[in-house]
Structures are given as structure tokens and as C-alpha cells.
Design a protein around this ligand. Structure first.
Ligand SMILES: Nc1ncnc2c1ncn2[C@@H]1O[C@H](COP(=O)(O)OP(=O)(O)O)[C@@H](O)[C@H]1O
Ligand SMILES: [Mg+2]
Length: 249
């Protein structure tokens, strides 16, 4: 479970809070989507949730462990897929994955089995011996996904994971998300595409300008549409929510 309590963050030389007293609980056992337009504050929130960025204010708890008080313990629960799959380009893909597995102290037989099955599912087994710098963006993304799962973390956090993936790989990501929630693990991912959220999420939060505008299920979101034209798609509703927030500022 991920608990974000009144998180705020303002970047240096910025007038505006990138994230503004944001509170959100991501329970275990459901796929939770974090949806919002570009610049809404998704990446900033996710980096604070992972302990990669220190909040100015507020508190992060991972499975009840305070990120501030016990960062190593909290981080050991997390598998994180960055929005930018740039890694150590000179390392071979397998070396990078092994490096991550070493950090998390994953026993060698366990990691071998996990890496092999994931590499097969994502169809990159044949390029694991190639330097990361020689791989396409999509392949780097797959390496990043595999390395985020190598220690079988309780909390899987992904920032825009579907960007740059082919449909088959997106399908696998979705399958893995589903498998993990069935095992009562935690899955939290961001996207700026309503359609992606609609296809995958059990529950979602919509963020705009650093603030949460909506939290609930897709059905809750659909019910907001009552009284409006039934032609309105969720995409339309999402845009309206974000626009009405804009017009209040
Ligand atoms: N490193 C940074 N320095 C200054 N401003 C930043 C930095 N990263 C993000 N921002 C700003 O913070 C806001 C939120 O950005 P971000 O969290 O990346 O949004 P999202 O992931 O939803 O697109 C934006 O206004 C963005 O320009
Ligand atoms: Mg982002």
C-alpha cells in the first residue's frame, strides 16, 4: 500500500507548486491509475512516492513504513519504472539487470528464473548480451521493466509505462499488473492517456496543476456524466474536469 499524505513540492526557481498538498492512498489488490495532462505533477508525485525526490512538506508511507524515517526499508518494497528509460548505456542489458538484482540482494537462482521468464515474455532474451546503448527505446523500456521486477517488489510503481511499447509488450505489462493485484500486491501507474486508464484501471485519480480533482472507480467517473450527453466519452469528461479546474484559476 502506498500512502501519500499532504505532499507538496516546488522546484527551485519556480513560482508554482508542482504538487500541492496532495493526499492519496493506493491500496493493495487493485490496479490504480494516476491520470492527468502533461505537466500536471504525475512524475513529481511518483518520484516523491519512490523516495527519489524529497517532498517540501508531507509524508510518504510504503506498506506502513515511513520513507523519511526508514528510506532503505521503504524503498526495498518498491519496483520503479522511470518515464525515461535512459540507463547505463555501456552496460549490457543483463549486466544492468544483475546490478539491480545485486542491490536488492536477490539470490542467483531466483533472479535467473525471473529474468529468463520476463525476457522471454517481452521477447528480448536475444539482446540481453547487447549494450543498452545499442537498444531501441522500446527495448530499453523493457529492460527497465524487467529490472523493476527482479526482486519481486510488493509495490510496483510505473511512470507512463505504455509510452514507446509495442502492443504486445503493453499487453504483457497489463497481464503482469493483473497477476500482481491477484496476489494482493500494489500497482500504481501514471498515464496522460484516458484510453489507457480506461482499459486497465480498477480505480483512478485525476491530477491537474498539482492537485487531485477526482478519485474513484471508472463507474464513479461515468456517473459524473449523468445529465450530460451520452455521446460524451470519458476522454471528454476528463478534459472537462481539467478545463473547469483551469477556468477556476
Ligand atoms: N526538474 C524540474 N525543475 C523545474 N520544474 C520542473 C521540473 N520537473 C518538473 N517541473 C515542473 O513541474 C510541473 C509538474 O511536472 P511533472 O511532475 O513532470 O508533470 P507530469 O509528469 O504530470 O507531466 C510542471 O510544471 C513542470 O514544468
Ligand atoms: Mg511525467
Amino acid at each position: 500500500m502506498i500512502e501519500l499524505n499532504a505532499l507538496s513540492k516546488t522546484y527551485a526557481k519556480s513560482e508554482r507548486k508542482a504538487v500541492d498538498t496532495l493526499s492519496l492512498t493506493v491500496p493493495d489488490g487493485i490496479i490504480f491509475g494516476f491520470l492527468g495532462p502533461n505537466g500536471a505533477g504525475k512524475t513529481t508525485t511518483i518520484k516523491m512516492a519512490c523516495g527519489a525526490l524529497e517532498p517540501d512538506q508531507g509524508m510518504v508511507k510504503i506498506d506502513g513504513i515511513s520513507m523519511h524515517d526508514s528510506p532503505m526499508e521503504a524503498k526495498s518494497q518498491i519496483g520503479f519504472v522511470n518515464d525515461n528509460p535512459e540507463m547505463f548505456n555501456r552496460l549490457k542489458a543483463r549486466e544492468y539487470i544483475d546490478f539491480v538484482a545485486d542491490i536488492y540482494r536477490v539470490p542467483s537462482d531466483e533472479r535467473k528464473a525471473r529474468i529468463e521468464s520476463l525476457a522471454e515474455a517481452f521477447e528480448i532474451a536475444d539482446v540481453l548480451s547487447n549494450p543498452i546503448g545499442s537498444l531501441s527505446r522500446g527495448m530499453k523500456q523493457k529492460v527497465s521493466i524487467i529490472s523493476s521486477l527482479v526482486h519481486d517488489p510488493h509495490d510496483w510503481i510505473l511512470d507512463e509505462p505504455m509510452v514507446g511499447l509495442d502492443p504486445e509488450a503493453s499487453f504483457h505489462v497489463k497481464e503482469i499488473m493483473r497477476e500482481r493485484t491477484r496476489a494482493e500486491k500494489c500497482v500504481f501507474f501514471s498515464t496522460h492517456v484516458m484510453e489507457v486508464a480506461e482499459k486497465i484501471c480498477d480505480r483512478l485519480a485525476i491530477i491537474s496543476k498539482g492537485r487531485i480533482l477526482f478519485t474513484g472507480t471508472l463507474d464513479d467517473l461515468r456517473s459524473l456524466r449523468n445529465g450530460k450527453s451520452s455521446d460524451d466519452s470519458l476522454e471528454q469528461l476528463f478534459l472537462e474536469l481539467v478545463d473547469s479546474d483551469d477556468s477556476q484559476k
